[in-house]
Design a protein around this ligand. Structure first.
Ligand SMILES: C[S@@+](CC[C@H](N)C(=O)[O-])C[C@H]1O[C@@H](n2cnc3c(N)ncnc32)[C@H](O)[C@@H]1O
Length: 347
């Protein structure tokens, strides 16, 4: 699980642990032995370590990671050693970590919402703060998010959509705890879609590729009970101030929310209202600082909104309840000054 600062909770976290500015070890690249993957030679063995015959020891890895500015060096060394790697692969993994590659991309998984999520290079690493989005979705589902018919029986399982799904972490965590839902996830990045498919397909989830709602099967229009969205919300100019792990190893498309960071919130609010069932809910992760504007955007689109904040995970989610059908056209016009765009159904 990623963290941006000290946690001190005694647990192992595959953590975002290299605060800016990243302090490289200055080891540089050494001549590449034939067959060495990735063009990086194994690290020089430490005292008592016999070349490539033995893997790097715990103490040596900790000291290398600490020298590189790694905050959770012991935890990370434990995880790197626990990975089923050959000595040469272990050396390479330590070298890559020192170079700033996110630990989750090296290990191939991230801890999220109490379970492991497969994460591939080039795919956004799920953050702990997003567990709030999962918990809010689960609360709504367990509280009966939809209007129950007089006979008390829903005709079909509730539909949940994880839009801008990345690795599919949100949908996977929901499906693990609420296996009765019909789960759909979508993303525009092929690598993310592939990764989400790895996580969700074994659980019976459906994964789609494309731009926001255009990726979803039209049969879901007006049927979604919970639309959970962690879309990019970093203002374009702020990306350069992000830690190198995000800036260099996560694709810009997973971070860039446009000039004020809220481009996706506007598109999702305007389009989402058409995909929700009566009494369905839109949940958007945002930052504490942007939450007022995210909330205004959703209210202007016609949602009844409330904001939920968790200091424990440093997460913020705006929850919007779909209004009565008659409000929708007017609200969409108010937001855009025109008829629904391509994110909604055809006018
Ligand atoms: C901040 S990441 C969040 C990923 C995932 N929801 C999570 O919490 O781990 C945003 C994701 O939005 C996806 N994305 C960006 N633009 C998109 C678009 N136009 N349509 C669908 N997905 C998009 C990116 O590829 C990225 O995976």
């Amino acid at each position: 699980m990623r963290t941006e600062g000290g946690r001190g909770d005694g647990k192992i976290h595959a953590g975002r642990a290299l605060p800016p500015p990243f302090k490289g070890l200055g080891l540089g690249r050494v001549p590449v032995p034939a067959g060495s993957p990735g063009g990086t030679a194994p690290l020089t063995p430490g005292p008592g370590e016999a070349g490539n015959q033995l893997p790097l020891g715990f103490g040596r890895i900790v000291s290398l990671l600490k020298s590189a500015g790694c905050v959770f060096a012991e935890d990370e060394a434990t995880l790197l050693l626990a990975a089923d790697s050959s000595p040469a692969q272990l050396s390479l993994n330590v070298q890559r970590r020192i170079e700033g590659v996110p630990l989750e991309h090296i290990l191939g998984w991230a801890e999220f919402a109490g379970g492991r999520i497969a994460v591939e290079p080039g795919v956004f690493v799920p953050r702990r703060r997003t567990e709030l989005l999962v918990n809010q979705a689960l609360d709504l589902l367990s509280g009966g998010v939809l209007e129950v018919p007089p006979d008390g029986v829903l005709a079909a399982p509730p539909v949940v959509v994880d839009l801008c799904c990345g690795s599919g972490a949100v949908g996977t965590a929901i499906l693990r705890r609420a296996p009765y839902v019909e789960l759909h996830a979508a993303d525009i990045e092929p690598a993310a879609v592939r990764c989400a498919w790895r996580n969700l397909e074994p659980l019976g989830g459906h994964v789609h590729w494309g731009d926001l709602f255009s990726a979803l099967p039209p049969a879901l229009l007006g049927r979604v009970a919970v639309l959970a969205v962690n879309a990019p919300y970093v203002p374009t100019q702020a990306i350069r101030t992000m830690p190198p792990e995000a800036r260099l190893y996560e694709p810009a498309v997973s971070l860039d929310g446009g000039p004020d960071g809220l481009d996706f919130h506007r598109r999702v609010a305007a389009g989402g209202i058409h995909w929700l069932a009566p009494h369905g809910h839109l949940l958007i992760e945002t930052s504490d600082r942007q939450s007022g504007r995210t909330s205004d955007i959703m209210a202007a689109a016609g949602f009844a909104v409330r904001t939920v904040r968790s200091d424990e995970v440093d997460g913020t989610v705006v929850v919007g309840r779909r209004p009565a059908i008659t409000d929708i056209q007017g609200a969409t016009k108010a937001l855009h000054g025109k008829r629904p765009n391509s994110n909604g159904p055809a006018p």
